[in-house]
Design a protein around this ligand. Structure first.
Ligand code: ZN
Length: 329
């Protein structure tokens, strides 16, 4: 039998019998020999396997690597989109600081508050250990920066809305129309400044503006406010004073009749009829004498018709009112 014969028989010296005895014809020898070969085979097999899995990626690893690549390129894309978003955001900030905030007289917001300093925050450091960590860190930083900018911008707009409301209220209380209907400016009689007194014929300072109009013509409140004086006033005849708040008052003089129901303390809105043109007090003909005061100081009324007049009409009014050398008082 092949198991017990060999072309190169193995012998072993037996000390007891003092003879060489053939040993490759026993079962034990063959089992040991088989185990040796098998062990070697397994070791080589394991070695090759380890080499394979170390250097040749498995399908799962391949898939992971592919996914990794795709995530990486998606991050690159996000990074570029964030750059664009940040660019647009800074244009909005610039517009906010140099236009909206200027317009509403709010201070500009310092860059340090708008963007914060996010670049040295420790929570980004974890990404430094990763091979593709740089791009993750970069996009995270940019995203945080964008969030911070949006938050500040949103607060800024809230503040501006509030300021605009106050401003709107202020504007509503600022004298801004003519006190009589004067579409073709024909009623513009005489302006503010040094004029000849119609009665004494001497040079006097005319503290208001005169509008010639037939007795009974509507007189309008030129801004929202409260009537603080309504009645007879020496020189002014029947006269109304409106306090508009924000340090502005207006005065309407030589009235023939007050609007029914109005008294001291009555609230009026811009455009409300408050009285009718007349010729009471020191007056040389039916007209309205109109004054604007700011902090108690007389202002030139022609600067307070900006809701009423176009720039051309304004120029024309200035021309007419300064040409007439005599007032109606
Ligand atoms: Zn006058």
């Amino acid at each position: 039998m092949a198991l017990f014969s060999s072309e190169n028989p193995h012998y072993k010296y037996n000390r007891k019998t003092l003879k060489y005895e053939r040993i490759d014809n026993t079962y034990g020898y063959h089992i040991r020999r088989f185990l040796r070969v098998a062990t070697l085979g397994i070791l080589i097999g394991v070695g090759v396997f380890v080499l394979l899995i170390t250097f040749i990626p498995s399908p799962a690893q391949k898939r992971l690597a592919e996914e990794n690549d795709r995530i990486n390129s998606q991050y690159q894309l996000l990074d570029r989109q964030l750059d664009e978003a940040l660019r647009i955001m800074s244009i909005i900030q610039e517009r906010d600081d140099n236009f909206y905030r200027v317009m509403l007289q709010a201070d500009s917001i310092p860059t340090s508050i708008r963007t914060g300093n996010l670049s040295h925050t420790a929570r980004y450091d974890q990404w430094d250990e990763m091979r593709t960590g740089t791009i993750v860190k970069q996009t995270s930083q940019k995203m945080d920066q964008l969030n911070k900018m949006l938050y500040t911008q949103s607060n800024s707009f809230d503040e501006l809305v509030q300021l605009a409301k106050e401003r709107e209220d202020r504007l509503q209380h600022l004298p801004a129309i003519q006190p009589v209907s004067n579409k073709d400016l024909k009623r513009t009689a005489s302006g503010y400044g040094r004029r000849i007194d119609p009665i004494y014929k001497t040079i006097r300072f005319h503290k208001g503006m005169d509008f010639s109009a037939p007795t009974g013509t509507d007189i309008f409140a030129t801004a929202d406010g409260t009537i603080t004086s309504i009645g007879w006033k020496q020189g002014y005849g029947y006269c109304i004073i409106i306090d508009h708040g924000y340090d502005y008052t207006t005065l309407y003089a030589h009235i023939s009749k007050f609007k029914k129901g109005l008294r001291r303390g009555s609230k009026v809105s811009r455009g409300d009829v408050i009285a009718y043109v007349g010729n009471t007090g020191k007056s040389t003909g039916p007209h309205l004498h109109y004054e604007v005061r700011y902090k108690g100081v007389h202002q030139n009324p022609q600067n307070y018709y900006f809701l009423d007049l176009s720039p051309e009409e304004y120029d024309e009014m200035v021309r007419i009112s300064s040409n007439s050398s005599q007032t109606f008082d």
